[in-house]
Design a protein around this ligand. Structure first.
Ligand SMILES: [Zn+2]
Length: 957
C-alpha cells in the first residue's frame, strides 16, 4: 500500500513522540486476525460480481472455489464479513485440472441477475444428489463462515465450493466501494459515481467468501456485470463481453485468469473515465500495454506519470532480472480515495488523485512525492505481488523493501527531483518516533494492533526501509541486489517470511566475503526487528588514535530506566561501525562497509583509528545505518570547524545527520545545546542546504514550543536567538541571489519570520496569479504552495476574500487548484479567518467534502495561532463531525494530531478530559493513541519546564 509519509512535508518534523518511556501501551488485539485452521487449500476462484452503484446500492455475487482437502473433517471454514450467504453447495471434483475447467455451469450469471434485480434465489435441483453441504453458520466477530458437511472430506481429494451471496457497497474505501465526484465543482449538478476495490489488508472477505490470508494464493477469474456505458477494469485483460440474459442495457464482462496470487490483490474498477496509453517493451520480448485513467478533462495531468512509468518498469526489470508478470498494466487516479493512499493491485494500481496527477500548480516536492508513490506501487508488482509476505506480521518486508527501492529507482529515472530529501526526512521522522515503549518492534504480530491496517505504520515503512538500507550498507550493493534477485526468482508466485529474506542475503554476503563466516545476517537483523528503538553509539577518542566505541539504547538521560515497559535496559544490537576521518575523507559506496562490529556480547570496544589528534572522525557513513552517534566534545568541535572551513568536504546526507543528531541529543539532555548551535553555525555562510535549514528550524520550533508554558528563562531565549540568527543572518543577501523558483523554500523560513522582501515578493506573485497576468520572472513558483501560504498569512482581507471566493467557484478544472487554495488558507494567523474556514463545513451551500474537512483541520492543528480555535470547534461540533466523516477513525486521528502538536498543558488536559468522557464515541484503538500522545507531551513539558540549567556551555558528557 502507499506509504504514510506524504502530505505534511512542509510543516514537518516536530519530534513529537520524543523520549518518553512512561507510556503504557493498552492494546485491544484484532480478533478477526485469527488464522483459519488449514482444512482446505484454495486453487482457483471463479467469481461473479454484480455491483449496483446507484440508489439502493448493493453487491450480488456468486463464487466457485476449487479446493484441495487437507484434513478429514466435516466442516469447512472460510472468511466472510458483512456478507449474507444465501446458498451453499459443496461438490466433489475431478483431480484432473482440464476436466475441472469444463465442469462449470453457465447459469451462475443468470442466478446473480435474478438475485440482484428480482430478489430471487435460483435453485438447481440437478446438483442436489452430489451436494454434500448441509448447512452454514457465520461468526461475525471472527469473520468465519463454517460450512457443515453431510460426510467428511477425503484428505487429498478436490472439491468445489459454491456460494451465492449479497453484500454492501458504501463510500468507505474498503471492500467493493463507490465514490462520488463532481465534474462541476462542489454542487450537486454534476455528480458521477466511480466504483473500485480496496481489499488490503483483510477486506477481500467483505467482497466474497474466501480464505483471506496472503499466503493462501490461488488463481482468479472475474466476471463482472455493469451498465453498458461504464468501463470495467480488472487485474487481467478482458476476455469476453456479453449482454445480460434478463436485463436490458447491462453486460457481463469476463476477464482472463490471473496467475496465483493473494486475495488482497484482486481488483476491479467501474468507471466512465477516459485514458491515455503507451506500450512498454518488456525484457521478456513482449509488449505490455499501459493505460492511465482519470476524468476526461484531466487527461493532460497524466503526462508526468505516463512518461515515468515505462522508465521505472525498465529499471525494476533490470534490478530484479525478472520481467513484469502480467500481460497489461492499468493505473487509475481515483477521486474520493483517501488522500496519500495508493494500492498496488497486480496489474491495476489505484492512486488517490493527489498521488498521480501533476499539473502546473504542482511544486517539485509534491512532484517528488507523486514520483515516489508511482515507483513504490510499481516495485510492489515484484515485492509483495510476485512474492508475498507469508502473513500480515511480516508486512514490513514488503513495505520496507519497496520504500527502499523507491530511492534506487528514482535516482536513475528522475534524478532532478528531491527524492533524496524526501527519503531523508522520512528516515529522520521515524528515528524520532521509534523510541522504546512508544512503539512496537517491527516483528510485532499484526494481532497486537487494534486492526490489521494499523500494522501499515511508519515503523513498517520507514524503519523497514532503514534496516534494509543498513543491510545493503553492510553487505554491499552487489550482494544485496543478487540476494533480492534470488529471493524473487526462487519464491515467485508464493510467499516468504523474514527468515527467507535474511538467509538469501546471508548467502550472498558470504559469497562476496562482506561478512565473516562466524556472523549470520539473520542473527544480526533479529536484534533490529525484535525490539523497538535503536542504539546510541558513543565514540570517544583516546590517545594515539585509539577510539573507544560503545552502544546503549537511545533514550533520554532523565528518564528513569525503571519506567521502561517494553524493553530490557540491557537491550543491545549488532551494530556495524563504518567510518572515515578528516585525513582520508572516504565517502564512496564501498566505504559504507563496516570496519568493525559491536554486538550484544561485546557492546564496547577499542579501535585503532588512523587519524591524528587534531583530525575529526565520522562514524555511520552517509547515515547508512539505523543509529545515532555521539562524540566527545573535541571531535564535535573538530567537525564544526570543518563545516565552517568547507562544509562540502562532508556529504550532504552526513551533514544532515550531524545536525539532526546534535539537536536530538540536546533534547534528550545527553549533550548540551551548544553542540547543535556549533553544527548549524556554518549555515550562515552558505546558500545551500535548504533542507538542513528546515531540519534545524523544526528543532528550534520544538524548543520554543516546549518553552511556551515555562517560566521565562534568559538562557533558553538566548539560545533560540543565536540559533535563529544562524539560519537567518544572511537572508537579505541570499534573497537577492535567489530566483523565484527558490521562493517556496524561503517562505517556510524567511516569510514566516516576516521578512519584508520575501513577503512582498510572495504578495506580488499572488496578485499576478489573481489578476491572471504574468511577471517577467514568472515561473511555476507563482502557484507554489508556499507563495500562496505566505500571501494569505501576510496579506490583507483582499487576498483572503479572493481565496474564499475562489474556493467556492465551481469551474471544472478548479478542483485541484481549489484544494491548494484551501491549504494556503490554513496558513492564516487571523482568528476570524480561522473561524470562517472551520465553519465552512457547516455552510448549507458549500457541501464540503470530508477529505477537505480533514485536510483543513489537520493543517490548522499544526498552525499554532489557529490550533486553540480548531480544538474548540472540534470539541463543540464533535457529533456533527463524526457523522460527516462517516468513519470514526478520522475524528480519533484528528484528536491524536491535536495531542501530538500541542505543548500547552491546558489544551492537553482539555483533550484528555473530552476523551475520557466520550470514549464511547471513539474507536477503542483511537482512545489509547490519543491518551498516549497526551501523556507523551505532558511528560515532555514536565521535563523541560522546571528550568533550563545546563543548556549551554557546560561540560559535554
Ligand atoms: Zn506499499
Amino acid at each position: 500500500m502507499a506509504n504514510p509519509r506524504v502530505t505534511h512535508y512542509h510543516l514537518v518534523l516536530l519530534p513529537i513522540c520524543l523520549l518518553t518511556t512512561v507510556m503504557l501501551q493498552v492494546v485491544i488485539s484484532a480478533e478477526n486476525l485469527v488464522q483459519l485452521p488449514i482444512i482446505v487449500s484454495p486453487i482457483h476462484y471463479r467469481l461473479t460480481l454484480l455491483p449496483i452503484l446507484e440508489d439502493n446500492s448493493r453487491l450480488c455475487g456468486h463464487v466457485w472455489i476449487d479446493v484441495k482437502a487437507r484434513s478429514e473433517t466435516n466442516i469447512i471454514l472460510l472468511h466472510s464479513s458483512e456478507l449474507k450467504i444465501l446458498k451453499t453447495i459443496v461438490l466433489p471434483l475431478s483431480p484432473d485440472v482440464n476436466e475441472r475447467a469444463t465442469q462449470y455451469r453457465s447459469e451462475d450469471d443468470v442466478a446473480v441477475e435474478n438475485l440482484c434485480f428480482n430478489s430471487a434465489v435460483y435453485h438447481d435441483s440437478a446438483m442436489d444428489h452430489s451436494n454434500i453441504a448441509l448447512d452454514h453458520h457465520l461468526d461475525g466477530q471472527k469473520q468465519y463462515l463454517s460450512i457443515v458437511l453431510g460426510e467428511p472430506l477425503k484428505k487429498g481429494a478436490y472439491y468445489r465450493i459454491g456460494l451465492l451471496f449479497t453484500g454492501n457497497i458504501y463510500e468507505d474505501n474498503t471492500g467493493f466501494f463507490r465514490a462520488k465526484y463532481e465534474v462541476g465543482g462542489e454542487t450537486d449538478c454534476c455528480k458521477r459515481t466511480v466504483a473500485a476495490t480496496q481489499l488490503e489488508a483483510i477486506q477481500a472477505r467483505k467482497m466474497f467468501p474466501c480464505i483471506d490470508e496472503p499466503d493462501k494464493k490461488a488463481t482468479f477469474q472475474l466476471t463482472v456485470g455493469h451498465f453498458f456505458a461504464l468501463k470495467a477494469i480488472n487485474n487481467m485483460p478482458l476476455k469476453s463481453s456479453a449482454p445480460m440474459a434478463t436485463v436490458e442495457h447491462w453486460v457481463w464482462d469476463t476477464f482472463e485468469t490471473t496467475p496465483a496470487m493473494s486475495t488482497y490483490l484482486v481488483a476491479c474498477v467501474l468507471t466512465e473515465f477516459g485514458h491515455v496509453e503507451t506500450v512498454y517493451h518488456s525484457i521478456s520480448g513482449k509488449d505490455v500495454p499501459i493505460r492511465l485513467w482519470t476524468h476526461r478533462h484531466r487527461l493532460a495531468h497524466l503526462d508526468f506519470a505516463l512518461n515515468l512509468i515505462p522508465k521505472a518498469l525498465e529499471r525494476l526489470e533490470d534490478y530484479t532480472g525478472i520481467p513484469y508478470s502480467l500481460p497489461k498494466l492499468d493505473v487509475i487516479a481515483l477521486p474520493g480515495y483517501e488522500e496519500g493512499k495508493a494500492m498496488e493491485n497486480w496489474g491495476l494500481i489505484i492512486h488517490s488523485e493527489m498521488n498521480l496527477l501533476v499539473d502546473e500548480t504542482t511544486d517539485s516536492i509534491d512532484k517528488s512525492i507523486v514520483a515516489a508513490t508511482i515507483v513504490h506501487e510499481l516495485a510492489h508488482q515484484w515485492i509483495g505481488n510476485l512474492v508475498s509476505a507469508t502473513s500480515w506480521d511480516d508486512i514490513w518486508l514488503n513495505e520496507g523493501l519497496t520504500t527502499l527501492m523507491e530511492s534506487f529507482i528514482l535516482e536513475q529515472v528522475a534524478s532532478d527531483l528531491e527524492h533524496e530529501s524526501v527519503m531523508l526526512v522520512f528516515l529522520q521522522e521515524v528515528m524520532r518516533s521509534d523510541l522504546l515503549s512508544t512503539q512496537f518492534p517491527l516483528s510485532a504480530p499484526a494481532s497486537s494492533y487494534p486492526t490489521a491496517d494499523e500494522k501499515f505504520d511508519v515503523i513498517s515503512y520507514a524503519k523497514g526501509a532503514a534496516i534494509f538500507r543498513m543491510a545493503r550498507s553492510f553487505v554491499g550493493p552487489e550482494a544485496f541486489q543478487s540476494a533480492i534477485r534470488r529471493y524473487l526468482t526462487k519464491l515467485q508466485f508464493s510467499s516468504a517470511n523474514s527468515t527467507d529474506m535474511w538467509n538469501m542475503i546471508n548467502q550472498e554476503a558470504r559469497r562476496t566475503h562482506t561478512i565473516s563466516g562466524r556472523m549470520s545476517v539473520a542473527r544480526i537483523m533479529k536484534t533490529w526487528t525484535q525490539q523497538p528503538g535503536y542504539p546510541l553509539v558513543h565514540v570517544h577518542r583516546g590517545k594515539n588514535g585509539i577510539l573507544h566505541i560503545s552502544q546503549r539504547p537511545f533514550k533520554s538521560e532523565d528518564v528513569p530506566a525503571i519506567d521502561n515497559a517494553t524493553m530490557a535496559i540491557s537491550a543491545s544490537w549488532w551494530v556495524p561501525i563504518s567510518m572515515t576521518n578528516g585525513e582520508q575523507r572516504k565517502f564512496s559506496p564501498k566505504d559504507l562497509l563496516p570496519v568493525a562490529w559491536l554486538s550484544p556480547r561485546k557492546p564496547s570496544m577499542e579501535f585503532q583509528g588512523t587519524m591524528g589528534d587534531n583530525t575529526w572522525v565520522l562514524v555511520n557513513q552517509q547515515a547508512g545505518n539505523y543509529y545515532r552517534v555521539n562524540y566527545d566534545k573535541q571531535n564535535w568541535d573538530l567537525l564544526s570547524q570543518q563545516l565552517m572551513r568547507n562544509h562540502t568536504v562532508i556529504p550532504f546526507i552526513t551533514r544532515s545527520q550531524l545536525v539532526d543528531d546534535a539537536f536530538v541529543l540536546g533534547h534528550a539532555k545527553i549533550i548540551t545545546y551548544d553542540v547543535a548551535l556549533d553544527m548549524i553555525r556554518y549555515l550562515s555562510n552558505t546558500n545551500d542546504d535548504l533542507l538542513i535549514r528546515r531540519v534545524a528550524q523544526s528543532h528550534i520550533q520544538f524548543i520554543e514550543g516546549t518553552s511556551e508554558n515555562a517560566i521565562k528563562n534568559p538562557e533558553r531565549e538566548k539560545l533560540i536567538r543565536s540559533m535563529s540568527s544562524y539560519l537567518n543572518r544572511d537572508r537579505k543577501s541570499r534573497m537577492a541571489k535567489m530566483s523565484t523558483n527558490d521562493l517556496r523554500d524561503l517562505s517556510t523560513g524567511d516569510c514566516d519570520v516576516g521578512d519584508g522582501q520575501c513577503v512582498n515578493k510572495a504578495l506580488l506573485l499572488f496578485q499576478a496569479f489573481t489578476s491572471g497576468s504574468t511577471l517577467p520572472e514568472d515561473d511555476k513558483s507563482v502557484n507554489s504552495d508556499s507563495t500562496w501560504c505566505a500571501a494569505i498569512r501576510h496579506g490583507s482581507n483582499s487576498e483572503w476574500d479572493f481565496a474564499w471566493n475562489m474556493t467556492r467557484s465551481s469551474e471544472l478544472q478548479s478542483s485541484l487548484v481549489r484544494r491548494k487554495m484551501l491549504k494556503a488558507m490554513c496558513c492564516t494567523t487571523d482568528s476570524i479567518h480561522s473561524k470562517q474556514l472551520l465553519t465552512r463545513v457547516l455552510h448549507p451551500n458549500i457541501k464540503q467534502r470530508p477529505k477537505d474537512t480533514s485536510m483543513i483541520m489537520n493543517r490548522l492543528i499544526k498552525n499554532p495561532s489557529a490550533r486553540p480555535i480548531a480544538l474548540n470547534f472540534m470539541l463543540s461540533n464533535f457529533a456533527f463531525l463524526n457523522k460527516h466523516f462517516r468513519n470514526p477513525s478520522v475524528t480519533s486521528e484528528l484528536l491524536t494530531a491535536f495531542a501530538k502538536h500541542s505543548y500547552s498543558s491546558e489544551e492537553l488536559e482539555k483533550v484528555r478530559a473530552f476523551v475520557m468522557n466520550n470514549s464511547n464515541e471513539l474507536e477503542a484503538g483511537g482512545v489509547n493513541r490519543i491518551l498516549a500522545a497526551v501523556r507523551n507531551n505532558l511528560f515532555w513539558l514536565e521535563l523541560t519546564s522546571d528550568n533550563f540549567r545546563g543548556a549551554l556551555h557546560s561540560d559535554n558528557k
